[in-house]
Design a binder for this molecule. Structure first.
Ligand SMILES: [Zn+2]
Length: 198
């Protein structure tokens, strides 16, 4: 691999100038390919005539990937009070005390539905009486960039809103923990998965 130094000169095709131009390796912030956010302080080739980014050397890829992984996305929603109570009851039953109550569930069910997706499950939940009611409890969830992408994919697949998907996860959790009467072994398994997701 060719390794470049800061300040080193090279030549490359600039898409802005539409010709091969002299370039200089400089430290700049680079937008992520997703278009959301940017990687800070990355060594890249800059066009000497227009000062725009011309190319990102291979050596900079791990630094960009590292920052992309750390990127945290926030999701906000309002849910009914009783639904949040159902969530707390489920946590009590599991014997887990997590300061962050909603995010572990969202993380867990995103992966669960990724592996095991049945649209009929959603239909049952979304038509439940428990989903309805005045939404006075505010929830805020922090997700990694990759989980955020998965969350949105699932939302699209279902054709439902952010709030409805969060409510779906909360109700499914209650269903799995309280209604389904898990055996002690299943409960232990769930607990260990949840502790990892927390
Ligand atoms: Zn240029």
């Amino acid at each position: 691999m060719k390794i470049y130094k800061e300040g080193e000169k090279s030549r490359a095709l600039c898409s802005h100038c539409k010709e091969v131009v002299p370039t200089t390796f400089k430290v700049r912030d680079v937008p992520f390919s997703s278009g959301k956010g940017q990687a800070k302080d990355i060594l890249v080739a800059i066009c000497d005539s227009c000062d725009k980014l011309v190319s990102v050397p291979q050596q900079s890829a791990p630094r960009i990937r590292e920052q992309r992984k750390k990127l945290v996305r926030s999701i906000e929603a309002r849910v009914p009070k009783h639904l949040y109570d159902m969530l707390l009851v489920s946590y009590d039953e599991m014997g887990i005390d997590s300061s962050d109550k909603v995010a572990p569930i969202v993380r867990y069910y995103i992966n669960e539905y990724k592996m095991n997706f049945r649209k009929s499950d959603f239909a049952k939940i979304i038509n439940s009486e428990h989903i309805k009611g005045k939404a006075s409890e505010r929830v805020s969830i922090k997700l990694s960039e990759s989980l955020f992408v998965e969350f949105n994919k699932l939302k699209e697949k279902m054709g439902i809103s952010t709030t409805d998907l969060i409510k779906t996860f909360m109700l499914r959790f209650y269903d799995d923990i309280i209604e389904k009467k898990q055996t002690a072994r299943q409960m232990d398994k769930l607990k260990s998965i949840f502790i990892v997701a927390s």
